[in-house]
Design a protein around this ligand. Structure first.
Ligand SMILES: *Cc1c(COP(=O)(O)O)cnc(C)c1O
Length: 483
């Protein structure tokens, strides 16, 4: 048996790398990354779909090893080079991503040391880093000391964890589900509906509360809906407010919703995945008033802190409630139970073993300090306001004035019907995407086709916005000339 073990060891040792190999690989990967970043400013934000990555299929996972050069070459040609480049400053669609470089270094270090960030006993330093980040975000939203949270992979999972926590804290049992009511608006992010379904409450009543002309929840309509539901023998139990909707950046009237939630004993959740970090900009703080009264909050560092994709957070005002829904007991964890200086992320989240995702957030915040983050966020707000002003001058119809950094607008050719205008804007956006220098996305509100502008990439500059305006202007001229 020993001989067999030693023979296997000889092969399995291949999984360890020599210092020379590591140096060579790291150098190559670094050069690849540097090359990507150097080219990025001149590359299209949206490149043609090309081969859609199909050639990657020609290299199935096999017994044979692939040289690093071949692997990097495949990535460059069939992954980096096609479709959306989320790292580009020209990404002005959906909610843009970022990718500040130290995030990558944090990921690298987390992977090399493979710190165990699930349990305090196993990785006290790593857990402390994640927890101090959560406490920092709790202070940012104005939560008291009883609050805490955990880092998730993104906003969807944060909203899911919040929903499950609210469901349990409100003691919804199986027999209550059909009578339970959850209040959203048509602008609530779809991941909340997904959370309701995954959270076992798809049979509950979802009530879509009327919005005002700026796509914010109408608090009076919410009150009427709650009263009517109560009268009908239903049980209102949760209201979800948005602090920055994905479609047009609207912030629901959080203070008024908090009043109603308190009066009618509802769980008040705020989805601040997109907008939350604008709290770092002093002049915007008042717009979020009432967020500190939410029972739970979802916020996305991979949006508002410009991290590469992979980090969201859930914050709960009374951490005990988050714990009750997620804590974990197992015989094989008994050694860890004695150590409770800090909450273990595994007790506050559905995950046990997971990526040490705190380092990718801690390292950039430490390296840069907060000042440039605040400046970048304010810069994005002003760029949005500038675009709004200019696009109006160009004769476009505009949606509500910018609350944060997402707005909607459309061009209506003289005398065009709704259908014709919708088609015109669909064609316009296609021209923008085909041009590729900037990437815009669209939405439909009450049957009206709108083009969006979402400014949240740290690489978006005044020059980018001027390009976007020019591309739209040329597009309109071209389409009008064709008509
Ligand atoms: C992006 C977003 C989400 C979903 O977050 P992911 O990180 O993409 O999972 C939820 N709500 C709002 C308002 C968002 O903008």
């Amino acid at each position: 048996m020993k001989r067999k073990i030693l023979a296997l060891e000889k092969q399995s040792r291949r999984l360890e790398s020599t210092p020379a190999e590591r140096a060579r690989w790291t150098k190559k990967v670094n050069a690849h990354a540097a090359n990507f970043l150097e080219q990025l400013p001149d590359l299209q934000a949206f490149a043609p779909l090309g081969d859609k990555g199909q050639p990657l299929e020609n290299h199935p996972i096999s017994e044979e090893s692939m040289p690093l050069e071949t692997a990097l070459n495949l990535l460059e040609k069939h992954m980096d080079g096609i479709a959306l480049r989320p790292a580009s400053g020209g990404h002005l669609g959906y909610i843009p991503g970022g990718g500040i470089y130290p995030t990558a270094l944090g990921d690298y270090l987390a992977a090399v040391s493979n710190q165990y960030a699930g349990i305090f006993y196993a990785g006290p330093g790593a857990v402390r880093i994640e927890n101090l980040l959560c406490r920092w975000m709790c202070r940012l939203v104005g939560y008291p000391e009883t609050a805490h949270g955990t880092l998730t992979s993104g906003g969807s999972i944060a909203n899911l964890a919040a929903f499950a926590t609210g469901r349990d804290a409100m003691k919804i049992r199986a027999k209550d589900i059909e009578k339970s009511v959850i209040y959203l608006t048509e602008q609530t992010h779809h991941c909340v509906q997904k959370a309701i379904r995954i959270g076992g409450m798809w049979e509950a009543k979802i009530s879509y509360v009327k919005m005002d002309s700026r796509f914010r929840m109408d608090a009076n309509a919410l009150e009427r809906a709650i009263l009517a539901d109560k009268k009908a023998g239903l049980r209102p139990f949760m209201v979800v407010g948005s602090a920055g909707t994905t479609d047009c950046g609207a912030i629901d009237p959080l203070e008024k919703i908090a009043d109603l939630a308190a009066e009618h004993s509802l769980w008040f959740h705020v989805d601040a995945a997109y907008g939350g970090f604008f709290l770092l900009v002093e002049s915007e703080k008042h717009k979020f008033r009432g967020i500190e009264r939410a029972d739970s909050i979802a916020i996305d560092p991979h949006k508002g802190l410009f991290l590469a994709y992979g980090t969201g957070a859930i914050l709960v005002k009374n951490v005990q409630q988050l714990f009750e829904t997620h804590y974990y007991k197992a015989n094989y964890m008994q050694d860890a139970a004695a150590h409770f200086d800090e909450f273990s992320p595994a007790d506050l989240s559905p995950e046990l073993t997971r990526h040490f995702r705190g380092l990718r957030m801690w390292l950039p915040l430490q390296l840069f300090g907060l000042r440039p983050f605040r400046a970048a966020l304010e810069e994005k707000l002003l760029l949005t306001r500038y675009f709004y002003k200019e696009i109006k001058k160009m004769g476009f119809d505009v949606g509500p004035p910018p609350e944060l950094s997402v707005i909607i607008y459309r061009f209506v050719p003289p005398g065009a019907s709704l259908e014709m205008a919708n088609e015109f804007n669909a064609r316009l956006i296609k021209l923008v995407v085909d041009d590729g220098r900037v990437f815009l996305s669209s939405t439909s509100l009450d049957g009206v086709f709108w083009i969006r502008l979402a400014v949240l990439s740290f690489r978006t500059r005044l020059k980018t916005i001027e390009t976007a305006l020019a591309v739209l202007k040329n597009g309109v001229e071209k389409l009008l000339a064709e008509a």
